[in-house]
Design a protein around this ligand. Structure first.
Ligand code: HPA
Length: 271
């Protein structure tokens, strides 16, 4: 694994003309942030040695180097989900590579189903913590001390200062945000009512099929993390209706501009 990371990092370094410290995983809700990136240099995943190939429809997998405002960034357009059949080491490989080329702060977004009864469809949730229910752990197996500790600490996985700054930005722009615990589960089924009830009972506010593996690896590597989720449907008793991938994308798209605004302003503050 170390050799693969180094190989991929060396390839990217040979093509990079900037030295970004900010990485962004453009999940549902941040797709249009990609259009704000200036001074772009794009590398399709297919050209990158050792990179998995993205399979989900509507995601053209590529890395985008460029600027948001004055800040050099590296964005991943298209992430790898466990439900697609990737191993956890593949799902999280891009985060390893990001770290290896000098990125120390990671921004992530996703869509999720709200299980907190106070939530509304279309709400933006700042992720304050997570519960990992994936059936495989990205750090299972041999630990490489060069990458991080055997038993990583997770008491503040989501950076408190970034959370505070995001709330200030939202307040200043009159954007409603909620804060909550993201439950990461493997999918690809959406939940039964009993499962939504269970996720609420164990302390979750929203449930989704991504993010947790990447965040675990980012924290293992000592990166700062900030995450936001768009609540695209509700797993709340009395409010549960049939949900589809199309609907999740459609509601995600509608909430995008506000999430993009918060993320963009927050990223500008990292300079
Ligand atoms: N469950 C799991 N993942 C999701 C959901 C959901 O209800 N909505 C969007 N992603």
């Amino acid at each position: 694994m170390l050799q693969k990371i180094n190989e991929t990092a060396a390839y990217l370094r040979s093509r990079m003309t900037t030295q970004p410290r900010v990485g962004i995983i453009l999940g549902t809700g941040l797709g249009n942030l990609a259009t704000r990136i200036t001074d772009r240099m794009e590398i399709p995943y297919g050209e990158i040695p050792n990179f998995p190939i993205s399979t989900v429809e509507g995601h053209s997998g590529k890395l985008i180097f460029g600027k948001l405002g004055d800040v050099d960034i590296l964005a991943m357009q298209g992430r790898f989900h466990f439900y697609e059949g990737y191993e956890m080491k593949q799902v999280t490989f891009p985060v390893r590579v990001m770290k290896a080329i000098g990125i120390d702060t990671l921004f992530v977004s996703n869509a999720s189903g709200g299980v907190n009864p106070d939530y509304e469809i279309g709400d933006l949730m700042i992720i304050t913590d997570h519960i990992n229910l994936f059936p495989e752990h990205p750090l299972r197996g041999k630990n490489y001390n060069e990458l991080g500790p055997r038993f990583p600490e997770m008491s503040a996985a989501y950076d408190h200062k970034l959370i505070e700054q995001a709330k200030e930005i939202a307040a200043k722009n009159n954007i409603r945000v909620v804060e909550g615990v993201y439950v990461g589960t493997q999918g690809p089924t959406f939940e039964t009512p009993a499962e939504y009830h269970y996720f609420r009972a164990i302390g979750g506010d929203a449930v989704g099929m991504s993010t947790v593996p990447e965040v675990i690896v980012a924290r293992h590597a000592g990166m700062r993390v900030f995450g936001m989720s768009i609540i695209t449907d509700l797993g709340v008793p009395g409010k549960i209706v049939e949900v589809s991938h199309e609907e999740v994308q459609e509601i995600g798209n509608r909430a995008q501009p506000l999430m993009t605004l918060i993320m963009t302003e927050l990223i500008k503050k990292t300079n």
